[in-house]
Design a protein around this ligand. Structure first.
Ligand SMILES: *[C@@H]1O[C@H](CO)[C@@H](O)[C@H](O)[C@H]1NC(C)=O
Ligand SMILES: *[C@@H]1O[C@H](CO)[C@@H](O)[C@H](O)[C@H]1NC(C)=O
Ligand SMILES: *[C@@H]1O[C@H](CO)[C@@H](O)[C@H](O)[C@H]1NC(C)=O
Length: 185
């Protein structure tokens, strides 16, 4: 009898715990499915992105071969996959920001600041411009709920991004396509 009661109690606790975890799980999450990374070999000798086995984090390696003495900009276009089977995406929005200004501003509450802080947390990337030649890494980049725009719905997305130097005829330093799955609560 006592054993049955214990088992029952254990069952109830397990149930509550899993409910609780489920509650946690309904927070937004983002999984990295695939990353296509290209770089301009005039300025960059190595640019790589690796996805963890559980698809939740990425590491990026960037070996900058030259000093980038002008402001560096980021342009990112986010597209949502139209159908489950196909590979066609409908653009949702585009960001175009001066990364040097964002870094210089430091703390902020904008989406781009959240991503910046997120990325720089485990990184040796410089915190200000001009970017100096050197070998840089960004590790264990993961999304947090603040880093996803609120109007995004669950689904598969393509983030087409380029880091470029506007003052140098908008030459691209890197071109990266992130394929991600997003689940909203
Ligand atoms: C990212 O870097 C960390 C720290 O070096 C390492 O533990 C982890 O396995 C790396 N992840 C990937 C996907 O390479
Ligand atoms: C890059 O910048 C650093 C620091 O400003 C400087 O010492 C170095 O000589 C520069 N490299 C080149 C190739 O200009
Ligand atoms: C830079 O990269 C973007 C995104 O991949 C692309 O659309 C654009 O045409 C590239 N610009 C140049 C000047 O190559």
């Amino acid at each position: 009898m006592l054993l049955i009661r214990r088992v029952l109690l254990f069952g109830i606790i397990l149930c509550l715990v899993s409910r609780f975890l489920e509650g946690q799980k309904t927070l937004n999450f983002l999984l990295f499915r695939k990353i296509v990374a290209n770089h301009n070999s005039k300025y960059i000798s190595l640019y790589e992105a690796a996805i963890s086995q559980d698809h939740t984090t990425i590491n990026i390696t960037l070996n900058l071969a030259r000093n980038i003495t002008a402001d560096v900009w980021l342009k990112a276009t986010i597209g949502q996959r139209v159908s489950k089977s196909g590979e066609s995406y409908r653009d949702v929005f585009t960001y175009n920001v001066n990364l040097c200004q964002v870094m210089g501003r430091g703390k902020g509450i904008s989406l781009i600041n959240f991503w910046m802080n997120n990325i720089l947390r485990q990184s040796n990337m410089p915190r200000n411009c001009p970017l100096r030649e050197g070998n840089y890494y960004m590790r264990n980049i993961r999304s947090e709920k603040e880093t996803i725009p609120r109007f995004i719905r669950s689904g598969s997305f393509r983030i087409d991004s380029s880091v470029y130097v506007r003052d140098w005829n908008s030459v691209n330093l890197t071109e990266t396509i992130f394929y991600v799955d997003i689940k909203m609560k």
